[in-house]
Design a protein around this ligand. Structure first.
Ligand code: FAD
Ligand code: MLT
Ligand code: ZN
Length: 529
């Protein structure tokens, strides 16, 4: 049983019934599972300067990579069924969909180099793809670009157990790397709900944040080196395993978060921290957003260096996750907000004491009204699944609009109420009424990082809904000097809104960087800038 925090003197709480794993490998998309309607988003017009593929191109690629690593439809001289390419053409949200006729899955950086060199010479557009879990439409083609999937590049190249430095192929799945380093007493410096499918190369390309960001910081700090193939085929071998290297410009930083628009990441060197030997997780029921903030302040004060995660979600998220994941709340009632606090350290007694004192204080002060403390690893996993299962459960409810924003913490949740109000005024939404075009408006996120995920779940993606919050959300964020993309990236979704977070001068320099690395703009066209 979870230990109820009040339950030290009251009844123990019920066990949560199921543990949901991270997004599994080879998961079906929500659309393929027949769950939601596809978007009618406004596609950029095809750039007719890009060559349309022919059988000759396919024949050339057959000289570079083995045929079993190629998926080509009859349209380009192959034999694959369009259905076989579906998983490469549609994104995780089924909001964006391309029409690629060719998927290449090279096994080496050398093969990637030859492919890109050919594409650059012939002006053929290419989309690098990892686990295809991206949430901004960056990982799928817009039109008929070749999909260059990294999934066959999935080997660990080296691991130094003393320093914890891992060098691996870009197509390694994050969860598998976590298991690999876990067996050697370390952890990956990032973790996210999509770990069962996403690749380390995709994580680097999106500069993914996730639930360990509070503790280990950004990939800009953890990534020590990269191997990147540039559009002209040049292999930039910067797979450094050095923690310190001040020899001029740190070029790898440009590729971290470049979303496949500057080069194809084929190898990653990353520092993996020591695995904490003591981990505690508690979930709290909290009456107001004000209390969510107060609890965070106190958690930092009382837990100090052992505080490793501080996540929150609201009642609407909780409703969806409990319904779709067949979970039971470890708490005795429903609350407007929920908070997950994790501590990680090396001395269990010390951490227990710190967290215990924090929880008692939160209850005594009325900042939290109920709480449960996990008693073992499986309960820890169940508590995390309540938080990490939110995106999937919303996706199962309907077409999910996602806004991933950084806003100063005091006003972070205001936008959720504001959007709900706007939708209500337009008669598109009424809380609890699932027959309306919009079914759920909710907020969750990595509050410790000032990162809110505002989600609006509708029956389908449609203009009358979109118009309520685009560009309104971006204007709102800009007015608070926030970021319109805290961690998911820009992709196709936000490329026309970049100006809300970047000045014209910054955008102009970003375009110059793009021109420098990819003068023909063959890599991930129509995205980011
Ligand atoms: P893809 O989706 O395949 O690609 C993403 C982008 O990177 C695309 O632009 C693509 O072109 C580019 N790319 C991929 N691989 C390469 C490569 N080798 N070289 C160059 N470019 C490449 N994100 C967070 O930041 N934090 C979270 O907590 C988080 N949680 C998530 C939970 C769920 C359930 C889901 C579905 C997604 C979540 N995401 C989160 C978003 C997503 O998982 C991350 O952005 C992830 O890092 C993408 O990795 P991927 O391998 O799936 O990349
Ligand atoms: C998360 O924190 O769960 C992810 O970023 C995914 C999402 O925002 O839905
Ligand atoms: Zn997130």
């Amino acid at each position: 049983m979870f230990a109820s925090i009040r339950g030290r003197c009251g009844p123990a709480k019920q066990l949560v019934s199921t543990v949901r794993a991270a997004v599994p490998r080879g998961r079906t998309t929500l659309l393929a599972a027949g769950l939601i309607c596809r978007a009618n988003y406004h596609k950029p017009v095809r750039n007719e300067a890009f060559k349309r593929l022919t059988k000759d191109d396919l024949n050339f690629f057959k000289t570079i990579v083995p045929s079993e690593t190629i998926l080509a439809t009859a349209q380009v001289g192959g034999t694959a069924d369009a259905v076989e390419l579906e998983g490469f053409n549609a994104d995780w949200l089924n909001k964006y969909r391309g029409n690629s006729q060719l998927v290449l899955r090279p096994k080496t950086a050398e093969q990637v180099s030859q492919i890109l060199q050919y594409c650059n010479t012939h002006n053929i557009a290419v989309v690098p793809q990892g686990g295809n879990t991206g949430l901004v439409g960056g990982s799928v083609p817009v039109h008929d670009e070749i999909v260059l999937s990294l999934r066959n590049m999935n080997k660990v190249r080296s691991y130094d157990e003393l320093s914890g430095i891992l060098v691996c192929d870009a197509g390694c799945v994050l969860e598998e790397l976590g298991n690999y380093v876990g067996e050697r007493g370390h952890v990956m410096p990032l973790d996210l709900g999509a770990k069962g499918s996403c690749h380390i190369g995709g994580n680097v390309a999106t500069n993914a944040g996730g639930i360990r960001f509070l503790r280990y910081g950004s990939l800009h700090g953890s990534v020590l080196g990269l191997e990147v193939v540039l559009p002209d085929g040049t292999i930039l071998d910067n797979l450094s395993t050095l923690r310190k290297d001040n020899t001029g410009y740190d070029l790898k930083q440009l590729f971290i978060g470049s979303e496949g628009t500057l080069g194809v990441i084929t190898g990653v060197s990353v520092a993996t921290p020591q695995r904490p030997s003591a981990v505690n997780v508690a979930v709290l029921g909290v009456p107001t957003y004000e209390c969510v903030q107060r609890a965070f302040k106190l958690a930092r004060k009382r837990c100090g260096e052992v505080l490793s995660a501080y996540e929150f979600w609201d009642a609407n998220c909780m409703g969806a996750v409990l319904k779709h994941h067949e979970l039971k709340s470890p708490l005795s009632a429903e609350f407007p907000f929920y908070v997950l606090i994790e501590t990680s350290g090396s001395n269990k007694e010390h951490d227990d004491e710190k967290l215990g004192a924090l929880l008692e204080e939160l209850m005594e002060e009325g900042i939290a009204e109920d709480g449960a403390l996990a008693q073992d690893d499986s309960q820890i996993a169940r508590m995390w699944s309540m938080r990490e299962g939110i995106p999937e459960s919303l996706g199962k409810t309907g077409a999910t609009y996602k806004y991933d924003v950084s806003i100063p913490i005091p006003v972070l949740y205001d936008i959720v109420g504001d959007i709900a109000q706007r939708l209500e005024s337009a008669s598109l939404y009424k809380p609890g009424d699932m027959t309306r075009p919009v079914k759920i408006v909710c907020g969750y996120g990595h509050i410790g990082d000032g990162n809110l995920h505002l989600n609006v779940v509708a029956g389908q993606f449609e203009d009358r809904v979109t118009e309520i919050f685009e560009p309104y959300v971006y204007e709102w964020v800009a007015s608070h000097r926030g970021s319109i993309s805290a961690e998911h990236g820009v992709g196709l979704m936000k490329r026309d809104y970049l100006r809300y977070s970047k000045s014209p001068e910054m955008i102009a320099y970003m375009k110059r960087v793009k021109d420098l690395f990819d003068p023909n703009h063959i890599l991930n066209p129509y995205k980011v800038v």
